[in-house]
Design a protein around this ligand. Structure first.
Ligand code: PBG
Length: 336
């Protein structure tokens, strides 16, 4: 056990003295949260002027590209740093091998192009690299003889990443958890002339039950069925393993590393921050959003206060930025 340092004791020391007035509490505040720290995940669908509610995520909508552009404009005007685009692929475009991920005109590429056209570099565009929106089995990789084939998947992910970079993605975010894909994707991007495209690696991504609402939102839940992603996503019981995952991705060229889910994994963020001092993104995932939203709707908690507290907690734990479905709303709250 470490010794408790002695800086004085009560009554000479009164901790409450430093909490007396608002100006004092603000002066002594150790961490801050601003819209610039936020990344907003947005679900996109085909069509024009279309918006669809998502049952397990009240307040979040799937948007057609034209409306996603408007939403991105609003986000940029509120100071939100970037949007992360998640496509809802029509079932007829899904296949065993997820070929649609490589189509230059797929939904994520169209959304990326449309937002870039309208906003240029006023907002970052994060594109997810993984095959799950495109596969009939709902897995992030190629399923060969009942196994997710690592190296064959990586080859496809490289093409997917280059396809997204060509559409204007500023950040490529591999969320698939294959081994060695960061190095390969970096190489592929560089070879294609995209050496300035950022890689934000979902480096410590856990096989979590908190992704449920997301899978409903993008329509991959029925594809995955009773399957799980435990042979590639991490065991929620592990923490040393996260240090190793992140170290490998950094050595392969990751610019930003991510921890996901967020709130139940603040200890992982803290350890990574203390160990490596690198940019860390935290993902407040769909299940966390649902918990906050449904608890707020029932009147059990105060939404604004709890959401802003949860976002601040990520920063306190050591996260540089936070992906949150509350991003737009939080930016509005912070600005008002
Ligand atoms: C898929 C992906 C997932 C999320 C982001 N990218 C789900 C999964 O791994 O099954 C989850 C996001 C959320 O729950 O909000 N590669």
């Amino acid at each position: 056990m470490t010794e408790i340092p002695c800086f004085g004791a009560f009554p000479a020391t009164r901790m409450r003295r430093n909490r007396r007035w608002p100006w004092l509490r603000e002066m002594l505040q150790e961490t801050h949260f601003s819209p610039a720290n936020l990344i907003w995940p947005v679900f996109v669908i085909d069509g024009v002027n279309q918006r669809q509610a998502i049952g397990s995520m009240p307040g979040v909508e799937r948007l057609s590209v034209d409306l996603a552009v408007k939403a991105a404009e609003r986000a940029a005007s509120l100071g939100v740093s970037s949007v992360a685009i998640f496509p809802v692929t029509p079932p007829e475009k899904k296949s065993d091998d997820g070929q649609h991920a490589m189509e230059p005109d797929n939904l994520i590429c169209r959304a990326t192009r449309a937002i870039t056209e309208k906003l240029g570099t006023k907002i970052g565009i994060v594109c997810d690299v993984a095959l799950d929106p495109y596969t009939t089995h709902g897995h992030d990789g190629l399923l060969i003889d009942g196994v997710i084939a690592n190296d064959a998947t990586t080859e496809i992910l490289c093409k997917q990443a280059v396809n997204q970079a060509a559409a204007g993605a500023t950040v490529i975010a591999p969320s698939d958890m294959m081994d060695g894909r960061i190095g390969e994707i970096r190489k592929a991007l560089d070879q294609a002339g995209y050496q300035d495209v950022i890689i934000m690696s979902y480096a410590a991504k856990y096989a979590s039950a908190f992704y449920g609402p997301f899978r409903e939102a993008v329509g991959s839940a029925t594809n995955l069925g009773k399957g799980d992603k435990k042979t590639y996503q991490m065991n929620p019981a592990n923490t040393d393993e996260a240090l190793r995952e992140v170290a490998m991705d950094l050595n392969e060229g990751a610019d930003i590393v991510m921890v996901k889910p967020g709130m139940p994994y603040l200890d992982i963020i803290r350890r990574l921050h203390d160990a490596y001092h690198v940019p860390i993104a935290a993902y407040q995932v769909s299940g966390e959003y649902a918990m906050l939203k449904f608890a707020s709707q029932s009147g059990a908690i105060q939404e604004k206060e709890c959401v802003l507290e949860s976002l601040l907690a990520f920063r306190r734990a050591g996260a540089t930025s936070v992906l949150s479905y509350y991003a737009l709303q939080a930016a509005e709250w912070l600005g008002s």
